[in-house]
Every structure is written in C-alpha cells, then in structure tokens.
Design a protein around this ligand. Structure first.
Ligand SMILES: [Ca+2]
Ligand SMILES: [Ca+2]
Length: 136
C-alpha cells in the first residue's frame, strides 16, 4: 500500500512538473508572438539557448524586452540591446517598431540578442562566397 502511494505521489509530481513546463512554454510563445518576427531564431531571440527550459537565462535583448513589459515598440526598436552596433529594429526587420515588417522583409535579419550575429556578418559571408565563385 505504501509503495502504491509513493507511485501515485511520483505520478502526481511528474504531472505537476509537466503542467508547469507546458505553461512556461505557452507563456514564452505568447511573448514571442508580440515580436515582429521570430521564425528564424525563435526562443534564441530572448534566451541564451535556442531550446530554453523553465528558468532559462534571458539574453541581453530578452532582458530589455522583459523590462519593456514584454512589448515590442519604437523605443525598443531604436535600442541596440546586444551592443553589436545594429539596433533591434534593424535586426528584427521592423526598423520603426510598429510591429509590421519592413517592405521586402519576411523574417528577422539577425538576432538582437546575439552580439556575434548582425545583418552585415551575413553580407560578408555572402560576399566571401561570391568572391570565391569569381576566383574559380
Ligand atoms: Ca544589436
Ligand atoms: Ca545581433
């Protein structure tokens, strides 16, 4: 009988943990949907990990987004949260922060929470590939 109670207690604990994690994931998705774009980087826009667990650390943009009430607006668009020299609106593809992607933009240009990822770094790689093709 005692073992059965332990088993039931374990199952109840697992169900509580699963429900808590599902709530945390749903909460993260609600926040993500407030951004103008999130299809390329998803959770890594705000978290240090692309597959964050409950309690996962926020990156520099995630901290600013949270401090801004988890709202995307022109003030946040004009900041450069990760300090890479490219403001958040440029990186997320919504330069004026009105929540609508810039013309011709279908997803994030780069990650506003990653100082090593900028639109220009993509261009450099593209140019490098073009130069390599011209050499051949
Ligand atoms: Ca930036
Ligand atoms: Ca960046």
């Amino acid at each position: 009988m005692r073992l059965k109670l332990k088993g039931e207690g374990t199952i109840a604990l697992i169900l509580c943990v699963c429900a808590f994690m599902a709530g945390a994931i749903r909460s993260g998705e609600e926040h993500m949907r407030k951004l103008p774009a999130f299809t390329k980087y998803e959770c890594a826009i705000c978290h240090e990990s692309s597959n964050p667990q409950s309690g996962s650390k926020l990156n520099l943009f995630g901290l600013k987004f949270k401090a801004n009430g988890s709202e995307w607006n022109s003030a946040l668009a004009l900041e450069d949260s990760d300090g890479d020299g490219v403001y958040n609106g440029r990186e997320l593809g919504d330069e004026d922060g009105d929540g609508v992607l810039d013309p011709g933009v279908s997803r994030e240009r780069s990650n506003p929470g990653d100082p090593n990822d900028t639109p220009s770094s993509i261009t450099e790689r593209t140019w490098s590939a073009i130069k390599q093709l011209l050499k051949d």
